[in-house]
Design a protein around this ligand. Structure first.
Ligand code: ZN
Length: 90
């Protein structure tokens, strides 16, 4: 069964190939989305709190449907974000 990867920086589901970030060699990243990761580097070097606020805002402005946003608001907490690889030790 296909499992959707979550970006390990912002938690966004990477369910389309176009949403994957790129590694230094140009190949698609299996860990990070295109917003967070380009050419082998994080696009933003913000603190945890800044990233959390930005990510949350971006989700709300995205084209997710109401149903998805309803779940997102309940699920997308700082605790959730601390569980992602990028923030585990922060
Ligand atoms: Zn991301």
């Amino acid at each position: 069964m296909h499992q959707t990867n979550l970006c390990q920086s912002c938690g966004m589901p990477i369910d389309k190939h176009t949403l994957a970030g790129t590694n230094a060699d140009g190949s698609p990243s299996s860990k990070y989305c295109a917003y967070c990761y380009q050419d082998g580097h994080f696009t933003e070097d913000d603190s945890f709190d800044e990233m959390y606020a930005k990510n949350y805002q971006r989700f709300l402005e995205s084209d997710m449907n109401k149903f998805q946003k309803f779940f997102l608001k309940r699920m997308y907490t700082k605790k959730f974000m601390h569980g992602l690889d990028r923030w585990k030790n922060n």
